[in-house]
Design a protein. Structure first.
Length: 302
Protein backbone atom coordinates (compact mmCIF):
# COMPACT_ATOMS: atom_id res chain seq x y z
CA UNK A 1 0.00 0.00 0.00
CA UNK A 2 2.86 2.39 0.79
CA UNK A 3 4.20 2.02 -2.76
CA UNK A 4 0.82 2.85 -4.26
CA UNK A 5 0.45 5.93 -2.05
CA UNK A 6 3.96 7.02 -3.05
CA UNK A 7 2.89 6.92 -6.71
CA UNK A 8 0.06 9.35 -6.01
CA UNK A 9 2.13 11.63 -3.75
CA UNK A 10 5.00 12.01 -6.25
CA UNK A 11 2.65 12.55 -9.19
CA UNK A 12 0.80 15.23 -7.21
CA UNK A 13 4.10 16.80 -6.13
CA UNK A 14 5.18 17.16 -9.75
CA UNK A 15 1.88 18.82 -10.69
CA UNK A 16 2.11 21.14 -7.67
CA UNK A 17 5.69 22.17 -8.39
CA UNK A 18 4.77 23.13 -11.95
CA UNK A 19 1.65 25.06 -10.96
CA UNK A 20 3.42 27.02 -8.20
CA UNK A 21 6.43 27.80 -10.37
CA UNK A 22 8.86 26.82 -7.61
CA UNK A 23 10.96 24.69 -9.96
CA UNK A 24 12.26 25.86 -13.36
CA UNK A 25 10.70 24.71 -16.62
CA UNK A 26 13.78 22.58 -17.37
CA UNK A 27 13.20 20.43 -14.25
CA UNK A 28 11.99 17.31 -16.15
CA UNK A 29 15.13 17.27 -18.31
CA UNK A 30 17.37 17.32 -15.22
CA UNK A 31 15.35 14.62 -13.44
CA UNK A 32 15.23 12.43 -16.56
CA UNK A 33 18.99 12.76 -17.00
CA UNK A 34 19.62 11.57 -13.45
CA UNK A 35 17.25 8.63 -13.92
CA UNK A 36 18.86 7.46 -17.17
CA UNK A 37 22.48 7.88 -16.04
CA UNK A 38 22.26 6.93 -12.35
CA UNK A 39 19.00 5.33 -11.15
CA UNK A 40 18.42 2.81 -13.95
CA UNK A 41 22.04 1.59 -14.20
CA UNK A 42 22.12 1.03 -10.43
CA UNK A 43 18.94 -1.06 -10.57
CA UNK A 44 20.21 -3.10 -13.52
CA UNK A 45 23.48 -4.00 -11.82
CA UNK A 46 21.76 -4.81 -8.52
CA UNK A 47 18.95 -7.05 -9.81
CA UNK A 48 20.69 -8.86 -12.67
CA UNK A 49 23.60 -9.73 -10.38
CA UNK A 50 21.31 -11.48 -7.87
CA UNK A 51 18.81 -13.00 -10.27
CA UNK A 52 18.29 -16.78 -10.39
CA UNK A 53 17.95 -17.83 -14.03
CA UNK A 54 15.60 -20.76 -14.75
CA UNK A 55 14.46 -22.19 -18.10
CA UNK A 56 10.96 -22.70 -16.70
CA UNK A 57 10.55 -18.91 -16.61
CA UNK A 58 11.28 -18.46 -20.32
CA UNK A 59 7.64 -17.63 -21.10
CA UNK A 60 7.65 -15.05 -18.31
CA UNK A 61 10.75 -13.33 -19.70
CA UNK A 62 9.36 -13.47 -23.26
CA UNK A 63 6.08 -11.80 -22.32
CA UNK A 64 7.33 -8.19 -22.44
CA UNK A 65 9.16 -8.75 -25.74
CA UNK A 66 5.98 -10.15 -27.31
CA UNK A 67 3.81 -7.33 -25.95
CA UNK A 68 6.20 -4.70 -27.26
CA UNK A 69 6.53 -6.34 -30.68
CA UNK A 70 2.74 -6.61 -31.01
CA UNK A 71 2.33 -2.96 -29.98
CA UNK A 72 4.95 -1.88 -32.52
CA UNK A 73 3.21 -3.75 -35.34
CA UNK A 74 -0.28 -2.61 -34.33
CA UNK A 75 0.43 1.09 -33.82
CA UNK A 76 2.85 1.36 -36.74
CA UNK A 77 0.46 -0.04 -39.35
CA UNK A 78 -2.65 1.58 -37.83
CA UNK A 79 -0.79 4.87 -37.62
CA UNK A 80 0.32 4.66 -41.24
CA UNK A 81 -3.22 3.85 -42.36
CA UNK A 82 -4.62 6.81 -40.40
CA UNK A 83 -1.73 9.10 -41.44
CA UNK A 84 -0.72 9.67 -37.82
CA UNK A 85 2.35 11.75 -37.02
CA UNK A 86 5.52 9.75 -36.37
CA UNK A 87 6.08 11.12 -32.83
CA UNK A 88 2.56 10.03 -31.83
CA UNK A 89 3.12 6.53 -33.22
CA UNK A 90 6.44 6.36 -31.38
CA UNK A 91 4.84 7.47 -28.12
CA UNK A 92 2.20 4.74 -28.37
CA UNK A 93 4.69 2.03 -29.35
CA UNK A 94 7.04 2.88 -26.50
CA UNK A 95 4.67 3.72 -23.65
CA UNK A 96 1.72 1.43 -24.42
CA UNK A 97 4.07 -1.36 -25.46
CA UNK A 98 5.89 -1.69 -22.14
CA UNK A 99 4.39 -2.23 -18.70
CA UNK A 100 5.27 -1.03 -15.21
CA UNK A 101 6.27 -4.53 -14.12
CA UNK A 102 8.40 -3.38 -11.19
CA UNK A 103 7.12 -0.54 -9.03
CA UNK A 104 3.44 -1.22 -9.68
CA UNK A 105 3.85 -4.86 -10.70
CA UNK A 106 5.75 -6.20 -7.70
CA UNK A 107 3.48 -4.71 -4.99
CA UNK A 108 0.43 -5.93 -6.92
CA UNK A 109 1.86 -9.45 -7.20
CA UNK A 110 2.52 -9.48 -3.45
CA UNK A 111 -0.99 -8.19 -2.71
CA UNK A 112 -2.87 -10.57 -5.02
CA UNK A 113 -0.67 -13.70 -5.14
CA UNK A 114 1.78 -13.53 -2.21
CA UNK A 115 5.48 -12.81 -1.61
CA UNK A 116 6.55 -16.24 -2.82
CA UNK A 117 5.72 -15.23 -6.42
CA UNK A 118 7.76 -12.01 -6.49
CA UNK A 119 10.58 -13.85 -8.29
CA UNK A 120 8.31 -14.26 -11.31
CA UNK A 121 7.74 -10.52 -11.33
CA UNK A 122 11.46 -9.78 -11.16
CA UNK A 123 12.12 -12.06 -14.15
CA UNK A 124 9.30 -10.39 -16.11
CA UNK A 125 10.74 -6.98 -15.26
CA UNK A 126 14.50 -7.41 -15.61
CA UNK A 127 14.79 -9.98 -18.42
CA UNK A 128 11.57 -8.78 -20.03
CA UNK A 129 10.53 -5.13 -19.73
CA UNK A 130 13.89 -3.63 -18.83
CA UNK A 131 15.91 -5.46 -21.49
CA UNK A 132 13.23 -4.81 -24.13
CA UNK A 133 13.32 -1.10 -23.28
CA UNK A 134 17.13 -1.00 -23.39
CA UNK A 135 17.22 -2.53 -26.88
CA UNK A 136 14.00 -2.48 -28.93
CA UNK A 137 12.69 0.51 -26.98
CA UNK A 138 15.72 2.67 -27.74
CA UNK A 139 15.58 1.50 -31.37
CA UNK A 140 11.92 2.55 -31.66
CA UNK A 141 12.56 5.88 -29.93
CA UNK A 142 15.40 6.63 -32.35
CA UNK A 143 13.40 5.65 -35.44
CA UNK A 144 10.29 7.65 -34.59
CA UNK A 145 12.11 10.72 -33.29
CA UNK A 146 14.48 11.21 -36.23
CA UNK A 147 13.22 8.92 -38.96
CA UNK A 148 16.50 8.96 -40.88
CA UNK A 149 19.02 7.35 -38.52
CA UNK A 150 21.39 4.86 -40.15
CA UNK A 151 21.75 1.30 -38.77
CA UNK A 152 25.13 2.33 -37.38
CA UNK A 153 23.63 5.32 -35.58
CA UNK A 154 20.82 3.19 -34.14
CA UNK A 155 23.27 0.52 -32.94
CA UNK A 156 25.41 3.22 -31.37
CA UNK A 157 22.35 4.68 -29.63
CA UNK A 158 21.53 1.30 -28.07
CA UNK A 159 25.11 0.40 -27.11
CA UNK A 160 25.72 3.80 -25.51
CA UNK A 161 22.41 3.83 -23.61
CA UNK A 162 23.62 3.90 -19.95
CA UNK A 163 21.13 1.28 -18.64
CA UNK A 164 22.14 -1.08 -21.48
CA UNK A 165 25.81 -0.63 -20.61
CA UNK A 166 24.93 -1.38 -16.99
CA UNK A 167 23.02 -4.48 -18.09
CA UNK A 168 26.08 -5.87 -19.87
CA UNK A 169 28.26 -5.02 -16.88
CA UNK A 170 25.80 -6.75 -14.55
CA UNK A 171 26.04 -10.04 -16.48
CA UNK A 172 29.85 -9.80 -16.53
CA UNK A 173 29.91 -9.26 -12.76
CA UNK A 174 27.53 -12.12 -11.88
CA UNK A 175 30.36 -14.40 -10.63
CA UNK A 176 31.69 -11.60 -8.38
CA UNK A 177 30.44 -11.31 -4.80
CA UNK A 178 29.43 -7.73 -4.05
CA UNK A 179 30.45 -6.31 -0.65
CA UNK A 180 27.57 -5.19 1.56
CA UNK A 181 28.42 -1.50 1.22
CA UNK A 182 28.20 -1.63 -2.58
CA UNK A 183 24.79 -3.33 -2.43
CA UNK A 184 23.56 -0.61 -0.08
CA UNK A 185 24.77 2.12 -2.44
CA UNK A 186 23.12 0.46 -5.45
CA UNK A 187 19.85 0.03 -3.53
CA UNK A 188 19.77 3.67 -2.47
CA UNK A 189 20.62 4.99 -5.94
CA UNK A 190 18.07 2.66 -7.54
CA UNK A 191 15.37 3.70 -5.08
CA UNK A 192 15.42 7.21 -6.56
CA UNK A 193 13.91 5.97 -9.84
CA UNK A 194 10.20 6.01 -9.06
CA UNK A 195 9.96 9.23 -7.01
CA UNK A 196 12.01 11.22 -9.53
CA UNK A 197 10.25 9.69 -12.54
CA UNK A 198 6.78 10.39 -11.17
CA UNK A 199 7.65 13.95 -10.17
CA UNK A 200 8.92 14.42 -13.73
CA UNK A 201 5.72 12.95 -15.20
CA UNK A 202 3.54 15.05 -12.88
CA UNK A 203 5.48 18.19 -13.79
CA UNK A 204 4.63 17.65 -17.45
CA UNK A 205 1.07 16.36 -16.94
CA UNK A 206 -1.55 18.77 -18.25
CA UNK A 207 -5.19 17.95 -18.95
CA UNK A 208 -5.97 21.09 -20.94
CA UNK A 209 -5.38 19.30 -24.25
CA UNK A 210 -7.13 16.05 -23.32
CA UNK A 211 -9.65 16.30 -26.16
CA UNK A 212 -6.88 16.54 -28.76
CA UNK A 213 -5.26 13.27 -27.65
CA UNK A 214 -8.35 11.39 -26.49
CA UNK A 215 -8.36 8.89 -29.37
CA UNK A 216 -4.68 7.86 -29.19
CA UNK A 217 -4.89 7.91 -25.38
CA UNK A 218 -7.87 5.54 -25.44
CA UNK A 219 -6.17 3.28 -28.00
CA UNK A 220 -2.95 3.12 -25.99
CA UNK A 221 -4.65 2.32 -22.70
CA UNK A 222 -7.03 -0.18 -24.33
CA UNK A 223 -4.04 -2.08 -25.69
CA UNK A 224 -1.95 -1.90 -22.52
CA UNK A 225 -4.65 -2.71 -19.98
CA UNK A 226 -6.90 -5.07 -21.96
CA UNK A 227 -6.02 -6.21 -25.49
CA UNK A 228 -2.29 -6.85 -24.92
CA UNK A 229 -2.68 -9.06 -21.84
CA UNK A 230 -5.64 -10.82 -23.49
CA UNK A 231 -3.42 -11.77 -26.45
CA UNK A 232 -0.70 -13.04 -24.09
CA UNK A 233 -3.30 -15.09 -22.21
CA UNK A 234 -4.64 -16.51 -25.47
CA UNK A 235 -1.16 -17.45 -26.68
CA UNK A 236 0.14 -18.93 -23.43
CA UNK A 237 -3.01 -20.67 -22.18
CA UNK A 238 -5.15 -21.54 -25.22
CA UNK A 239 -2.37 -22.18 -27.75
CA UNK A 240 0.66 -23.28 -25.72
CA UNK A 241 -1.38 -24.98 -22.99
CA UNK A 242 0.39 -23.34 -20.04
CA UNK A 243 -1.39 -23.37 -16.68
CA UNK A 244 -0.83 -22.75 -12.99
CA UNK A 245 0.11 -19.78 -10.86
CA UNK A 246 3.27 -18.94 -12.82
CA UNK A 247 1.30 -18.23 -15.99
CA UNK A 248 -1.35 -16.38 -13.97
CA UNK A 249 1.29 -14.03 -12.56
CA UNK A 250 2.85 -13.63 -16.01
CA UNK A 251 -0.45 -12.55 -17.59
CA UNK A 252 -1.11 -10.34 -14.56
CA UNK A 253 2.23 -8.60 -15.19
CA UNK A 254 1.25 -8.17 -18.84
CA UNK A 255 -1.77 -6.16 -17.64
CA UNK A 256 0.30 -3.60 -15.72
CA UNK A 257 -0.09 0.12 -16.61
CA UNK A 258 2.35 1.90 -18.92
CA UNK A 259 6.01 1.84 -17.91
CA UNK A 260 7.21 5.07 -16.30
CA UNK A 261 10.77 4.65 -17.59
CA UNK A 262 9.52 4.14 -21.16
CA UNK A 263 7.67 7.42 -20.75
CA UNK A 264 10.88 9.14 -19.67
CA UNK A 265 12.69 7.80 -22.76
CA UNK A 266 9.80 8.91 -24.99
CA UNK A 267 9.91 12.44 -23.56
CA UNK A 268 13.70 12.55 -23.95
CA UNK A 269 13.18 11.81 -27.66
CA UNK A 270 10.37 14.40 -27.92
CA UNK A 271 7.71 11.80 -28.76
CA UNK A 272 4.58 13.84 -27.97
CA UNK A 273 5.24 14.50 -24.24
CA UNK A 274 1.62 15.54 -23.57
CA UNK A 275 0.26 12.17 -24.74
CA UNK A 276 3.00 10.34 -22.83
CA UNK A 277 2.14 12.19 -19.61
CA UNK A 278 -1.54 11.33 -19.93
CA UNK A 279 -0.87 7.67 -20.72
CA UNK A 280 1.06 7.46 -17.45
CA UNK A 281 -0.99 9.83 -15.31
CA UNK A 282 -4.34 8.32 -16.29
CA UNK A 283 -3.23 4.75 -16.98
CA UNK A 284 -1.79 4.07 -13.52
CA UNK A 285 -4.96 4.95 -11.54
CA UNK A 286 -7.24 3.12 -13.99
CA UNK A 287 -5.06 0.00 -13.72
CA UNK A 288 -6.00 -0.44 -10.06
CA UNK A 289 -9.48 -1.36 -11.27
CA UNK A 290 -8.47 -3.35 -14.35
CA UNK A 291 -5.86 -5.36 -12.43
CA UNK A 292 -8.51 -6.43 -9.92
CA UNK A 293 -10.70 -7.61 -12.80
CA UNK A 294 -7.77 -9.46 -14.38
CA UNK A 295 -7.03 -11.22 -11.08
CA UNK A 296 -10.64 -12.37 -10.80
CA UNK A 297 -10.55 -13.70 -14.37
CA UNK A 298 -7.19 -15.47 -13.98
CA UNK A 299 -8.13 -17.17 -10.72
CA UNK A 300 -11.32 -18.44 -12.29
CA UNK A 301 -10.10 -19.43 -15.75
CA UNK A 302 -6.36 -20.22 -15.84
Amino acid sequence: MANIILLAVCLAAGIGLRKTGRFPAATPAALNGFIIHISLPALAILHIHNMKLDRSLLLTAAMAWLLFSLAWALFHFAGKALKTDRPRIGALVLVAGLGNTSFVGLPMIEAYFGKEYLGIGIIADQLGSFMALSTLGILAATIYSSGNASPRQMARKILLFPPFEALILAFILRPVTFPDWSVTILEKLGSTLTPLALVSVGFQLQFEGLKAVLKPLSAGLAYKLALGPALICLLYVAILGASGTTVQVTVFEAAMPPMITAGIIAVEHDLEPQLVGMLLGIGIPISFVTLHLWHMFLRGMV
